[in-house]
Design a protein around this ligand. Structure first.
Ligand SMILES: Cc1cc2nc3c(=O)[nH]c(=O)nc-3n(C[C@H](O)[C@H](O)[C@H](O)COP(=O)(O)O)c2cc1C
Length: 219
């Protein structure tokens, strides 16, 4: 039995009566989970909608608590780190992490960045040792697969595309997920949402087919 951690991050919902108001990235996430679960009935999914339930921002108190040796922490520090501990445990237990993300201002939504900020913890997610020279940070976790499903309004963000240099969404997430113990990274996305034309329809259809193919491959 595998454990899947499913993280949505669009602030849009999926229950609007006007179809175009609904989140595309969340629909991709649901499509992936439905495809996966139809093959793997026993698997377990932990779900978080960060768009509707945003993580707390880290703070001065959070940093002080996170960098304090565990045995010195009291009730106050435990409380400040409670959300971080919970999110970390969910990541640590997952075999597969599914992140869905819209492109906002050429990067990830603030709620998703806040989630990463909560999870990246010295001594938990990574170790820091200056004996390693110029690259002192190493991940603690390993062996995880990450699937990133995205949606953007413009187009050309992929390799060789006209806006590849403006894509701060997937390269950033890919970089960070190394520190979640991810060694298999897959990315599927649709583009053209703002054009609402045939190119968008084709892009969404292709993404859905790619999701089905990916589940066949790794599910
Ligand atoms: C606040 C905001 C910022 C956005 N910024 C960009 C952007 O920088 N580049 C882009 O291609 N699309 C941008 N878009 C369009 C979204 O990426 C597009 O609507 C996408 O489908 C949103 O994902 P969702 O359908 O899952 O909510 C933006 C949309 C919003 C609401």
């Amino acid at each position: 039995m595998k454990k899947i951690l499913h993280i949505d991050s669009s602030v849009r919902r999926t229950d609007q009566s006007t179809e175009s108001y609904n989140s595309i990235s969340k629909a991709f996430g649901r499509y992936f989970i439905d495809s996966w679960m139809s093959k793997n009935h026993q698997d377990k999914v932990i779900y978080r909608d960060l768009g509707l339930n945003p993580p707390e921002f880290i703070s001065q108190e959070w940093i002080a608590a996170a960098f304090m040796p565990e045995q010195q922490r009291g009730e106050k520090q435990a409380l400040v780190l409670a959300q971080s501990d919970l999110y970390f445990e969910e990541v640590a237990q997952a075999d597969v992490i599914l992140i869905t993300a819209p492109m906002y201002n050429y990067g990830m939504p603030a709620v998703l960045k806040a989630w990463f900020d909560q999870i990246m913890r010295v001594g938990k997610t990574f170790t820091f040792d200056l004996a390693r020279g110029d690259f002192p940070i190493e991940p603690v976790l390993s062996g995880k697969t990450l699937v990133l499903l995205t949606s953007s309004g413009e187009f050309g963000f992929g390799a060789g595309g006209v806006r590849e240099h403006m894509n701060h969404l997937s390269p950033h997430i890919k970089e960070l997920t190394k520190y979640l113990g991810v060694d298999q990274f897959y990315e599927i996305g649709s583009e053209y949402q703002e054009f609402a034309d045939d190119r968008h329809t084709a892009s969404v259809e292709k993404a859905k087919q790619d999701i089905v193919d990916l589940v066949k491959q790794i599910g």
